[in-house]
Design a protein around this ligand. Structure first.
Ligand code: SAM
Length: 309
């Protein structure tokens, strides 16, 4: 077999047995606090940690003489990189692993409207710009809205308006998007772009706490009248937003929740900060919630699409 190698970024907690001696070498606190890049090559087995420029630590090791089942976790060839589920009952299903190169390719295949590109560029220099959804996520949201034929939508967490504008652009002219945001400064940018895009008449901006805005919609008799909702605000409030939105959305309507993978921390047993625990618990609740059909999609930071039954 050719000497193929891959780089796979494994975040803390996704430890393979091979990591253990390295973890011992570095000490638990050190090991706990970084993401590591693993270079896997065919050759003699060795594990060698080395600090890279980016403060990540790289390990080089191979599996030729290694018989442990973990070698099955990661495989490579010269052009693709993928992971296998560690549970062999998934039949060695290969799942593509997004690398920077592959993600660039995905982004090159997004049809991002010019106005969204401009908004993204303006937001890039602003505080919190990493909060906005990625172009591929925005495209998926817009696609869901179109497939549903949605006319009435709600967004919880607008920031400078990237995802809400993506939704508003595909709504019919009489469509209606309730956009909930507590930060007036970010909303000013969003409103400027709604105007520039000619969709202001479709967007009902609610400045204030999202819970208050959602509760007032319910008090206003609007339960069951919305087709689509997107949750992307304070993560620890997700369950509360979800419960209110479940009242506001009609049967067959969608509620999409962002950041359900939380940079991979949800799957890391070593991470138990309050936000991660809350997202992890909410994911578990959705998994058991008979009121909705669900699909967790590993796009961006992970989105779960819920369809109200
Ligand atoms: C992740 S950003 C939203 C990004 C946006 N969806 C986009 O793609 O550009 C989260 C936003 O939620 C807002 N937010 C957080 N807690 C909120 C609350 N309780 N009520 C209303 N907005 C809130 C924040 O001010 C922030 O602008």
């Amino acid at each position: 077999m050719a000497n193929s190698s891959i780089n796979l970024v494994l975040h803390q907690g996704s430890m393979l047995p091979h990591e253990l001696p390295v973890a011992a070498l570095l000490g638990p606190s050190c090991f706990h606090s970084f993401s590591s890049t693993w270079a896997i090559t065919n050759g003699a087995i060795h594990v060698s940690p080395q600090r890279g420029k980016c403060s990540a630590i790289c390990y080089r090791f191979s599996f030729r003489k290694c018989t442990c089942k973990w070698k099955r976790l990661v495989r490579s060839c010269s052009t693709s990189e993928f992971v296998l589920a560690s549970d062999e009952n998934y039949g060695n299903k290969q799942v593509v692993s997004l690398t920077p190169r592959l993600y660039d390719y995905v982004l090159k295949n997004v049809r991002e409207p010019e106005i969204l590109r401009q908004l993204r560029q303006e937001t890039a220099s602003m505080r919190g710009s990493q909060m906005q959804v990625s172009p591929d996520q925005a495209q998926l949201l817009a696609m869901l809205v179109q497939i549903l034929g949605a006319e009435r939508c709600i967004e919880v967490g607008v920031y400078t308006g990237y995802s809400s504008l993506a939704i508003a652009l595909v709504l019919p002219d009489l469509g209606h998007l309730v956009a909930c945001e507590r930060d007036a400064k970010s909303l000013d940018v969003a409103k400027k772009y709604y105007q520039l895009a000619g969709v202001s008449h479709k967007v009902d901006v609610k400045l204030g706490l999202a819970m208050d805005s959602l509760e007032s919609l319910i008090l206003n008799g609007e339960a069951g009248s919305y087709d689509f909702a997107f949750i992307d605000a304070e993560k620890r409030m997700n369950e509360k937003y979800f419960e209110l939105l479940l009242q506001l959305v009609r049967v067959g309507g969608l509620i999409v929740i962002d950041n359900v993978l939380w940079h991979g921390k949800v799957a890391d047993p070593l991470v138990y900060d309050p936000k991660t625990i809350s997202i992890r618990n909410f994911n578990q609740k959705l998994m058991e919630d008979e009121r909705v059909n669900i699909s967790m999609v590993p796009i961006g930071d992970g989105m779960t699409i819920c369809r109200k039954r």
